[in-house]
Design a protein around this ligand. Structure first.
Ligand SMILES: Nc1nc2c(ncn2[C@@H]2O[C@H](COP(=O)(O)OP(=O)(O)OP(=O)(O)O)[C@@H](O)[C@H]2O)c(=O)[nH]1
Ligand SMILES: [Mg+2]
Ligand SMILES: [Zn+2]
Ligand SMILES: [Zn+2]
Length: 476
């Protein structure tokens, strides 16, 4: 088995690599762990009996000894971590106003509590490496053959294509449940399952930065999204960081297991019902991990998708060393295309077009076993006007049901590309025809401009299910 540090992507199962384990509920149980042998049990806290141990929030955390990703609160001169009681930073609001805000986020609390234990427990006195939830380690697990139910996903695409919005919404309840006015009593069962979503975000500080402002901004925005408070602004352009900015989502095991039958509604399912069934199947597949049993190894009970949210300029330079390194280690390379760039809806709007960039990028991905590639069409909502009511309805259905168009979203894209004369679109069609791309997804987020109180997304559940290799259409 191979496990990688999620922050630097180095194999921590190599001999000589070490981790330090910290249990947020049993700080006294912290130890140094080596994984080069067959015993991964050391990753679990011996005092934690229940499955919550791998939750992002309350669980076990690790740092990779010698990791390049540093704890933003490491004071090298004092050789200790100092997390201020109040983390304040200046946020630029949408109207251009500057506001001083306090950041309250569980990640800061965990770093603070580790820092507080460092005097009693010398093993915690780190040399400045960043801590991460132990379940994230599992996301990099390479183990045949039963499927991973966890995935490392690279989001790749030019500036402003929608990588960060997609990754942030994939961490949020509203990213999965569709439009608030479509919710009905049926949704409740699924909503309780999704209520077990956790997330972890990290943006390494860059050289010369004195405070982790970018990371704090993300933590602040996430904490507002969590409680459906209006966020002042979407984060600005993502800066280059190697291996990357991490946005990870954890689907905790359902707290109360319910039969899936409650969701099954016969053959004439409405759109909402289909959408919910897909979600219920995610939960069901996660529940399978619970009942999988019989493993003596440590393994978490939830499921993890770890997005590497790259910076636009990395994709704009296909030979970028940061991207090459990611390509070699992830399970999925998702190449994002802005819907506004397709000529069949009046594009391209970006110059150069994100379609051209995607073709270049897809050609640059070295295929290897275990790597899947997909095209994710972002900002699909911008196509609605050009496609009319019927086209819009097809797109909306496709986010939950591939039978809405022959060949699903992939077939839909091919159908439209076949009718264009554009060279770049023809090149993309060729890649789709040659099976160089494993699948196509349509996503969009409503309530971005102007920022609505509760932005919500379409298509993300399907994309995430595919990343996790969940067969959501099995009994469609
Ligand atoms: N209409 C619409 N606009 C979107 C959607 N997703 C993103 N946008 C817009 O696109 C802008 C850029 O999105 P980001 O997610 O920040 O882009 P990015 O790919 O992370 O860009 P870089 O960080 O610069 O590489 C957002 O601020 C929104 O204005 C969507 O689904 N629909
Ligand atoms: Mg970004
Ligand atoms: Zn414990
Ligand atoms: Zn590391």
């Amino acid at each position: 088995m191979i496990l990688r540090c999620p922050l630097c992507l180095k194999q921590v199962t190599d001999s000589g690599e070490k981790l330090v384990r910290f249990c947020s509920r049993h700080p006294g149980q912290s130890v140094e762990v080596e994984l080069s042998g067959p015993d991964y049990g050391a990753l679990a806290c011996p005092e934690c009996q229940d499955g919550d141990a791998d939750s992002f929030l309350h669980g076990v955390f690790c740092r990779h000894v010698g990791c390049v990703a540093k704890n933003p609160y490491w004071k090298s001169t004092e050789r200790r971590v100092v997390v201020p009681q109040t983390v304040r930073f200046s946020l630029l609001g949408g109207a251009g106003n500057v506001e001083n805000v306090d950041v309250r986020h569980w990640e800061l609390s965990v770093l603070r509590s580790i820092a507080e234990s460092q005097d009693d427990n010398p093993i915690l006195a780190s040399s400045g490496e960043m801590w991460f939830p132990v379940a994230l380690l599992w996301a990099s697990r390479r183990e045949a053959p039963q499927g991973k139910k966890a995935a490392l996903v690279e989001l790749s695409g030019p500036k402003s294509v929608g990588k960060t919005v997609l990754a942030l919404m994939a961490l949020d309840y509203e990213g999965y449940v569709g439009s608030p006015n479509q919710r009905d009593p049926l949704t409740r069962g699924v909503l309780t399952r999704l209520a077990n979503l956790d997330h972890f975000v990290f943006e390494p500080s860059r050289e010369g930065e004195t405070s982790p402002d970018r990371w704090n901004e993300l933590l602040y925005l996430r904490s507002l999204m969590e409680v459906n408070e209006q966020i002042p602004n979407w984060p600005a352009h993502t800066a280059v960081s190697i291996p990357g900015n991490i946005k990870a989502v954890y689907f905790g095991p359902p707290r109360k297991q319910q039969g899936a039958n409650g969701f099954s509604t016969g053959t004439s399912e409405t759109f909402v019902e289909q959408f919910l069934r897909a979600l219920a199947q995610i939960a069901r597949a996660i529940a399978e991990i619970l009942t999988g049993g019989g493993h003596h190894d440590w393994r978490p009970r939830g499921s993890v998708v770890c997005f590497y949210d790259t910076a636009g300029e990395q994709s704009e330079d296909p030979g970028h060393p940061g991207l090459m390194r990611l390509d070699d280690k992830v399970d999925v390379v998702a190449v994002l295309v802005d819907a506004q760039d397709f000529t069949f809806v009046g594009g391209p709007r970006n110059h150069p077009s994100t379609v051209a960039r995607a073709v270049q990028r897809l050609r640059g991905v070295r295929s290897r076993e275990g790597l899947r590639t997909c095209v994710v069409i972002t900002k699909t909502d911008t196509m609605f006007a050009a496609l009319g009511e019927k086209g819009t309805s097809t797109l909306t259905k496709l986010t939950v049901d591939p039978s809405a168009h022959e060949g699903g979203a992939r077939g839909w894209l091919k159908y439209h590309l076949r009718r264009t004369q554009n060279d770049e679109e023809q090149a993309l069609l060729q890649l789709l025809n040659q099976e160089e791309v494993d699948d196509v997804f349509l996503v969009w987020t409503v309530g971005i401009e102007p920022i609505a109180k509760v932005p919500h997304s379409f298509g993300i559940a399907r994309f995430v299910a595919w990343c996790l290799e969940l067969d959501v259409d099995a009994d469609a």
